[in-house]
Ligand binder design. Structure first.
Ligand code: ADP
Ligand code: MG
Length: 343
């Protein structure tokens, strides 16, 4: 069974909801009414040792930061600001004090950076592997929440930064080679210490220009498929527009890999994926000059279903147009190529 079928099975068994619940299972966060004008956003993500991280190359401080970033990214995905966090820590009985000190310093430092306060959690013994779960609570104005379901045919699809860096970095770690090349170290750093795009997300939500948004955690192919399914539309992505091919070429040469695979199927980018009316493109580009971020148009929303990758826009045909729907990471499916990569 695929991860999304499993979640759908659970969703079908849940009750009929509550008057305060504006969004339940199916978006980056649950959305709950707080006051007439504001909502709370709730999200939870888990990192499991040897699935999501390997302590032989992941420094504990960076892992602590990453647990926060991947959760805060889901708050950013709706346009919100993180406020509180709860940590569940599963550690083997013989855990290492120094590892815990580094992890805790990273986690609390990142919480401070993102402006959220650790207010509780749980600590348990885990038989052999570390299991790290964070719940983050965010807040924002009700009318500004950006859901996955708002994309419209004709919209431009935007991403907030280079894709595939973390996936390439992970493959470099897994190759067992640690070449002393700055371009490759940048990719490894993208895997070890990702950043959630909170500042940009808040700006986009406040702008009123964005129709649908989510964060990229499972790769563009899978995440855009979720957004399209929720919005009842399809999407066409232009390979040549995906940022930033140049950052991947050294790793692609070194590992003999097609960089496009990392860009579409590699997970853990934690960039924002959003759609907006093409008539508002200039306004969006002007808006982001107010902050330190960049945004890149990578394709468009179309009527229909599925996500298509166009590799050579000059010519039509099956070699150039590839259905990439749900070709990113799935916890419960092992398929060929880069999709089998665990994040
Ligand atoms: P994301 O990648 O943004 O963290 P997920 O793919 O993990 O989102 O989850 C998709 C949706 O399914 C979210 O709304 C999440 O809260 C919900 N979900 C995931 N796992 C479960 C579960 N075991 N029980 C209930 N809801 C779940
Ligand atoms: Mg998400």
């Amino acid at each position: 069974m695929k991860e999304r079928d499993l979640i759908e099975q659970i969703r079908r068994l849940t009750g009929s909801g509550s008057a305060d619940l504006l969004q339940g299972i199916g978006d980056d966060c649950a959305v709950i009414e707080k006051t007439a004008e504001t909502v709370q956003l709730l999200t939870m993500d888990t990192l499991i040792e040897s699935i999501h991280f390997d302590c032989s190359w992941h420094p504990p401080k960076k892992l602590g930061r990453k647990v926060v970033a991947v959760n805060v990214s889901d708050i950013a995905a709706m346009g919100g600001q993180p406020v509180f966090a709860l940590l569940s820590l599963g550690l083997p009985a013989d855990f290492d004090d120094q590892w815990l000190a580094g992890f805790s310093a990273g986690l609390t430092g990142a919480c401070r950076e993102y402006g959220c306060l650790l207010i509780g959690g749980d600590t348990v013994c885990s038989p052999d592997r570390r299991a790290l779960t964070l719940t983050v609570i965010g807040e924002m104005k009700k009318e500004q929440v950006l859901y996955r379901h708002g994309a419209r045919p004709g919209d431009t699809v935007w991403v907030s930064g280079p894709l595939g860096l973390a996936a390439a970095g992970l493959d470099l770690f897994r190759s067992g080679e640690m070449p002393d090349i700055p371009e490759l170290q940048l990719l490894q750093e993208a895997h070890l210490d990702p950043h959630a795009r909170v500042g940009l997300a808040v700006l986009l939500a406040q702008s009123g220009l964005v129709h649908a948004m989510m964060d990229l955690s499972d790769g563009l192919a899978t995440d855009l498929s979720h957004l399209c399914e929720q919005s009842n539309v399809g999407a066409r992505i232009m390979a040549e527009r995906l940022p930033d091919y140049g950052k991947l070429t050294a790793a692609a040469d070194f590992l003999q890999q097609d960089p496009i695979e990392w860009m579409i199927s590699g997970g853990e980018d934690y960039e924002l994926l959003f759609t907006a009316d093409p008539a508002d493109s200039k306004k969006l580009l002007k808006l982001i000059t107010l902050c330190d971020y960049a945004i890149y148009p990578v394709g468009s929303i179309v009527e229909g279903k599925g996500v298509t990758l166009i590799r050579d826009p000059g010519e039509k045909g099956s070699d150039h147009e590839q259905n990439i729907s749900y070709q990113g990471y799935d916890h419960f499916t092992v398929v060929g190529g880069a999709s089998s990569r665990t994040p």
